[in-house]
Design a protein around this ligand. Structure first.
Ligand SMILES: C[S@@+](CC[C@H](N)C(=O)[O-])C[C@H]1O[C@@H](n2cnc3c(N)ncnc32)[C@H](O)[C@@H]1O
Length: 280
């Protein structure tokens, strides 16, 4: 039997929903071969390792990204471990909307990414805005997350454009630091929903990255919206990723100090990204 089929069978029996996709990822990433070579039965150096990891995935339900050590975001590889949120596809929409907001700016662009985690938002924006004079500051409350972010920044050769700092939201941002864009995908799952989460998320992703303590899951948005006017340049923007049913609440919070509020749904129709301009 071809190794792909063998891995698929193991994952399917283990109840892995996307067993076909994951079988391909696991086999290609560990063998270093592409899918065509594997289907054509090109010899694989380490089949035992692939089978062992497939069994681990099926039995312990460790996320595949943790087994291979990285995840993909906007076409780039990001190291992930238990200290960071695995980048999600929906977050790519946030990056694309943020890029639209800034792509015509001529002067130096400063961006603050709050809750940077892997650094995926900061790095993806630095890549997309490669022709600009740009400096992105990624902050996180977790030192362990910042270690991962630094590794990703180095791997992508973005050390001159993306820097990181440990900070509880704005606590370590100096009053004279001003940004064209403050962007954030903050923790937004109401903690009371913890038991409804997928096993892999609940057991392998960091609580710090997932949960907000209030019933609606909007505590971080409230704090960021309240504090960001002090740190935005003239005509600066705020851009958020939002969870299910949160965008309208966030819009209401924005109305006091922001204008041009725009909500963008994701492919599933969930109001996912919310952008606004400071009212100055
Ligand atoms: C949902 S994750 C987002 C990670 C990454 N930006 C992404 O989009 O994949 C939220 C991040 O916020 C960080 N965080 C939680 N509370 C924070 C706080 N008070 N100040 C700064 N960062 C915080 C977490 O450690 C986590 O890395």
């Amino acid at each position: 039997m071809n190794i792909i089929n063998e891995v698929e069978n193991i994952l399917k029996k283990g109840g892995i929903e996307e067993y076909k996709k994951e079988a391909r990822i696991l086999t290609c990433e560990i063998s270093g071969l592409n899918i065509e070579d594997i289907i054509l039965d090109k010899p694989i150096e380490n089949p035992k390792k692939i089978i062992a990891l497939a069994k681990k995935r099926a039995m312990d339900r460790i996320p595949i990204q943790h087994l291979i050590g990285y995840s993909f975001f906007m076409g780039e590889k990001y190291k992930v471990d238990k200290n960071v949120l695995i980048p999600r596809d929906e977050t790519e929409l946030l990056v694309l909307k943020a890029y639209e907001l800034l792509k015509n700016r001529e002067d130096k662009i400063n961006i603050l990414d709050i809750g940077t985690g892997t650094g995926c938002i900061a790095c993806a924006l630095a890549k997309k805005l490669a022709d600009k004079n740009i400096e992105i500051l990624g902050v996180d409350i977790s030192s362990d997350a910042l270690i991962v972010a630094l590794e990703n920044i180095n791997n992508l050769n973005l050390e001159r454009k993306v820097i990181v700092r440990k900070s509880d939201l704005f606590s370590k941002i100096r009053p004279q630091e001003k940004f064209d864009l403050i962007i954030s995908n903050p923790p937004y799952i109401p903690v009371k929903e913890k038991n409804n989460l997928q096993f892999e998320v609940k057991n392998f992703e960091p609580e710090l990255a997932l949960f907000a303590q209030d019933d609606l899951g909007i505590e971080f948005y409230k704090k960021i919206i309240l504090n960001s006017p002090k740190f935005l340049k003239f005509d600066g923007f705020l851009a958020f990723e939002a969870g299910f049913n949160q965008a309208q609440e966030i819009k209401n919070l924005l109305k006091k100090d922001f204008k041009d509020i725009e909500i963008t749904p994701d492919l599933a129709g969930i109001e996912r990204v919310i952008c606004a301009k400071i009212n100055n």
